[in-house]
Ligand binder design. Sequence first.
Ligand SMILES: N[C@@H](CCC(=O)N[C@@H](CS)C(=O)NCC(=O)O)C(=O)O
Length: 278
Amino acid sequence: MSLTQLAESRLFGGRQLKFEHFANTLSCKMQLSVYLPPQAETQKVPALYWLSGLTCTDENFSVKAGAQRIAAELGIALIIPDTSPRGELVANDPAYDLGQGAGFYVNATEAPWTAHYRMYDYISRELPAILPVALPLTQVKSISGHSMGGHGALVLALRQPAAYRSVSAFSPICQPSQCEWGRKAFSNYLGDNVADWLEYDASALLAKATMVPPMLVDQGDQDQFYPAQLRTEALIDAAASSGAKVDIRFQRGYDHSYYFISSFIEEHLRFHARYLFE
Ligand SMILES: N[C@@H](CCC(=O)N[C@@H](CS)C(=O)NCC(=O)O)C(=O)O
């Protein structure tokens, strides 16, 4: 595996980079963005993985969230993957909430998706194996994301709590097995057995979790997808039934957009820094 660099821009004393590589888990070429803070010029730094939402690529967060200034101050690299496998040979659907741009961070088991849609393995296994070899990164990492990506971040951290120092999410899809977005994606990617869906359902996972990394969730109360698609209350109930201490906050007046993310990304980065450097 080799990363081919496509772009580089100086940013807050660090470097905003864009790479292309062939992803073995996905059997296709992928692009990803990485922010390396100034500290990475002389030492290895820990990483925050960011998982984006429906319709996004690696560009949305890079351009709109305004995370790099604080990442530069704290010395945290930002790893920003795409949201699905891509390419003409990769299965797709005309709808925005299925197929390319809507990988849901699962390993698909159903045709025609199974050949490429293995985003769970790509994020949890392939990128953490290749990136610290190619870039000045330690093995220490945390994870965050938005909406579909918030779902992905919570699921990865709940399934592999030892792999992530901390997890946070903006407007996550908290109970995909019970909302339209999730049911559509999971029935296509995973088939009709709901027990299989629950392996990718943050509320189901949290309800039975015995080990939970430090967790912060922000949800805007004017979010156009709340509560129907996001089902934040299910995550609150799950936390109560497992006894896990998670910080789930409602932010008054905020919607689902990147304006919301950019308003609170500094708090999320400072939250992660507490655990990435402990
Ligand atoms: N296009 C869809 C929603 C897509 C959407 O809101 N995507 C969110 C994540 S769920 C996003 O981050 N969009 C990209 C952006 O705002 O830059 C709709 O209109 O219902």
